[in-house]
Design a protein around this ligand. Structure first.
Ligand code: IVH
Length: 678
């Protein structure tokens, strides 16, 4: 392709990619699959590589994140970034309105209501329609330059749009694009992304984030924007600081939408205090179902002229308030602490609380996680504590109010024996948790069975905890393999079972016998092996025989399987009892489906183990990983003599040295891309 054609194609591709980005990240719509969009991005990337001087700062390829920074530059805000005063009740809201009415007597006040996003405030500077700088609030006057990181957020346009959405004022839109404008808004993390991020961090034994706000803030304030890109952040615009002639806050929002921002799908025009109250109630009802976290609404005087006239007190404007929902915390008394025995035998201490209402429901238990957490909190039985509920998560004890102690509180000690089977409790070296030492502990058996029949494992309908307990009591089912021996005649005499239900259950169990390899692995309940790891193991080993007899190094070499996990899998299969159970399961007629052949056996890198060290110019780490997998190779994180290639990018780490030491083949980025496409 010549340069002229390339330029035309590049421009078309950019427009198309940007269109789908906008649909997906701003309008929550999707017209083409992720894979198709990736493919367009890939073509653009390759063309830009071929014609590097056609690369522009607003190209979608510039969202991938650049080289890590040493520190953030300081940025002075042209207009101070303020915070908001909080109110918590209808009375406080009414008195806010009365207060400001006194300052502008006789003026008719109306308002604009928005959902308050729980994230991190950022300010975006667009020069002639192009994003040139993004900064954090900092102390309000001086913030930090986080442009590189912010560019990775797909909901933020790199170039302003020319009139998206309904009701755009064409004159204001073109004025925005011709001048310098400053847009402010909140970077936040969707609840679903937050949960996945924490699950991934847990898997590699890294500290988790306490809430989506910390996760969003931590991800933006990352010196390495390649980390930010993986965190999948979102953005909602809430203010257009620049005066372009818009008269109301509502108009600013319309303009922001026209320029291509998400600017609040649940926002509303509010004509008086009654409307504010109704809006607050309405958002309160739906807020737990919103895909992001919010702790209140923001109400702003709609007229921009009046808002300016009202001015600022301290660090907050008089013309806006944050009308918060009651905190999801309450205080109560710890009446007892008891341990629960899990599937792996780990003992989890649980606080039994004097029942208390927290954000609309009654809480009577809170997890204390483990002994270390009990010590960190310093919690004793009889203590008054603060409990916190976060979404649907099990409540937590966050603090002990030790000044309220009477002296009658009792320290908690981990029992020496399992509360269920009375076997000795042990603590493994280097681990936080205590365990019941009896492998056939009833509690462990019961939890293992629940895991075995769960939706992600054998997915057997009609086998809830109560029925499982009944089957265990009747001595019919001790371990999972016993399930497959059940007959209708066994079930019918039991309470709750009629002829029909016995028949249905036996049928459901029979139907579950045909199971995918990954589900089967997951069902075994190996410590640290969740669904994802089970899939990775299934894809790697293909057959069960290879899996059970694999050496430790082989587990360790699989991407996504860290050292701790590899050890746990390896030890699981070495254990005689586990082997016996597996033999029994297979003997009971389970059929493990074949793993569908993938590029693994046919791709350009079939069966090759590849380590990447340093930064690649054309691919992010995630992309490199994906490409290696697609070509049938294995992305491996540590170099051993089994590694086939070490790809060396810019600023390689110690893996490069190790490769040279072990005599592993070292290739550069160019050779690597050639290999991928060969
Ligand atoms: S208006 C003068 N609208 O809440 C400050 N703020 O507690 C203008 N926030 O610093 C803020 N969602 O970071 C506004 N829809 C929204 C918001 C919002 C979240 C944040 C913002 C602000 C903080 C104040």
């Amino acid at each position: 392709m010549n340069k002229h054609d390339a330029k035309a194609r590049i421009e078309k591709l950019r427009r198309e990619i940007n269109h789908h980005r906008y649909l997906y990240h701003v309008l929550d719509k999707q017209e083409i699959s992720d894979a198709a969009l990736d493919s367009l991005k890939h073509e653009l990337q390759q063309l830009e590589e071929q014609f590097p001087n056609l690369v522009t700062p607003d190209s979608p390829t510039q969202r991938v994140g650049g080289t890590p920074l040493g520190e953030f530059k300081k940025v002075r805000h042209a207009v101070r970034m303020l915070s908001l005063n909080d109110v918590f009740s209808a009375e406080e809201t009414t008195s806010w309105v009365e207060r400001i009415q006194k300052i502008v007597p006789g003026r008719v006040l109306d308002f604009y209501g928005e959902v308050k996003m729980d994230g991190l405030a950022v300010s975006l500077l667009y020069r002639k329609g192009m994003l040139v700088r993004a900064s954090t609030r900092g102390d309000g006057a001086i913030g930090e330059d986080v442009t590189q990181n912010i560019k990775t957020i797909e909901a933020i346009p790199l170039t302003l749009e020319r009139g998206k959405g309904p009701g755009a004022n064409a004159a204001l839109v073109s004025r925005s694009i011709l001048s310098d404008i400053e847009v402010r808004g909140e970077v936040y993390m969707l609840k679903s992304v937050f949960e996945k991020l924490n699950a991934d961090l847990k898997k590699v034994n890294m500290p988790v984030f306490a809430n989506p706000r910390n996760a969003a803030a931590g991800s933006v304030r990352q010196l390495d924007s390649k980390v930010t890109v993986k965190r999948k952040l979102s953005f909602m615009a809430y203010d257009l600081v620049t005066d372009l002639g818009q008269k109301t806050h509502q108009e600013s929002h319309g303009l922001l939408e026209a320029l291509g921002f998400k600017a609040g799908t649940n926002n509303e025009y509010l004509n008086d205090v009654g409307a504010i109250e109704r809006y607050h109630r309405q958002i309160g009802k739906i807020r737990s179902k919103l895909p992001y976290w919010t702790d209140g609404i923001v109400v702003t005087v709609n007229s921009i002229a009046t808002f300016r006239e009202l001015g600022v007190v301290g660090k907050a404007p008089r013309g806006s308030i944050a009308y918060k929902y009651p905190a999801e915390q309450a205080t109560t008394v710890v009446e007892d602490i008891q341990v629960q025995v899990g599937r792996t035998g780990a003992l989890t201490p649980v606080a039994h609380l004097k029942p208390v209402r927290v954000a609309g429901s009654t809480v009577s238990r809170a997890t204390l996680h483990n002994m270390d957490e009990i010590e960190r909190l310093g919690v004793k039985i009889g203590d008054t504590v603060i409990v916190q509920k976060a979404g649907d998560i099990i409540p937590d004890v966050v603090q002990v109010l030790s000044k309220l102690r009477t002296g009658k509180e009792r320290a908690y000690r981990m029992p020496g024996r399992c509360p269920v089977c009375k076997s000795p409790v042990v603590r493994k070296k280097g681990e936080v948790a205590y365990y019941c030492s009896n492998k056939s502990c009833y509690a462990q058996q019961h939890e293992s069975l629940r895991h075995f029949v769960s939706r992600q494992a054998f997915d057997i309908d009609g086998l809830g905890p109560k029925i499982l307990e009944q089957l265990a009591r009747a001595d019919l089912v001790k371990s999972s393999s016993d399930l497959f021996l059940l007959t209708e005649a066994d079930l019918e005499p039991l309470e709750r079972f009629a002829e029909k239900s016995a028949e249905n259950l036996v049928k459901a169990i029979r139907a579950s016998k045909d199971v995918s390899f990954a589900r089967f692995i997951y069902s075994l309940g190996i410590r640290h092996v969740g669904e994802e790891t089970a899939i990775a193991l299934a894809n790697h080993f293909k057959t069960f025989d290879k899996l059970v007899d694999a050496p430790f190094d082989e587990f360790d070499s699989i991407s996504d399987v860290g050292g701790v996990v590899a050890k746990s899998i390896y030890e699981f299969f070495k254990e005689k009892d586990n082997r016996r159970l597996i033999d029994k399961l297979i003997g009971s007629g389970i059929h493990i489906q074949r793993v569908q052949p993938t590029a693994h056996n046919t791709g350009a890198l079939a069966g090759k183990k590849i380590v990447v060290t340093g930064t690649l110019a054309s691919l992010s780490r995630e992309e490199a990983k994906e490409r290696i997998r697609k070509a049938g190779g294995d992305w491996v994180t540590s170099v051993s003599k089994n590694t086939d290639y070490v790809v060396v990018g810019e600023n390689p780490g110690s893996k490069y040295e190790k490769a040279k030491q072990l005599g592993v083949k070292v290739i550069d980025e160019k050779e690597f891309t050639e290999l991928l496409t060969s």
